[in-house]
Design a protein around this ligand. Sequence first.
Ligand SMILES: [Zn+2]
Length: 229
Amino acid sequence: MNMEEVRKWIQEKYPFLAANDDFAVRLYKQEVLKEQLTETRVVYPPVTSIKYLQVGVPATVVGKPMVNGQRRYYNACKTCGRKNCDNPMHEGAIQKSITPILIGDQTDVIHAVLFNDASLDNDLEEINEAFAAVFVGTKYKSSYSGDFELRVNTWEFLTNADHSALTSIYEYFLLNDNPRHILLLTNYNNYIDSIMQKNSSITSENIAKAEKYLVASRDNDYIYMNIIA
Ligand SMILES: [Zn+2]
């Protein structure tokens, strides 16, 4: 498939879309090449500093984790993962764990709980030794403590290099103060190349790990990012 051909085709068939290469390619694949559209879109919640977390709003936090007490276990429905499942069609149970931790970043610290399948648990020591981690979760008011906590459903440990890649990419977007072009990005790789040129310690592996959480939008003086993959 070459772009000339696609442009010619879209110009003839849908002239009002002729300026949109990105969509033209999708249409061309579907209508000319008869390919089934199978795009999946993973949208991670915005990266948010702990201080700016809002109750009930899913967010991504990048911070340093510390284990803060005993891990607890409970049995949950194997199908839906709920603790109290009353669906008669759901069979089987699975052991889940709750790990209490503290997460700190440059703005604040928050109590958090990691929800996990017990069989997939990390060692508590591994959590403490992590340089930093990316946590995806939601802030809520705990009925136990009456305090605000982060309920974490997904997390990924970051090495020092991963963390530095993330930070550099954030800085890059902050310096290049034009969030609209990020949302309209058609050549993401050029951005990544220029980031790597500016910082030779960043590898493509760092980028691959970091970029899941990228692509920015801006709200006043506050930048948050997520990637549209
Ligand atoms: Zn269930």
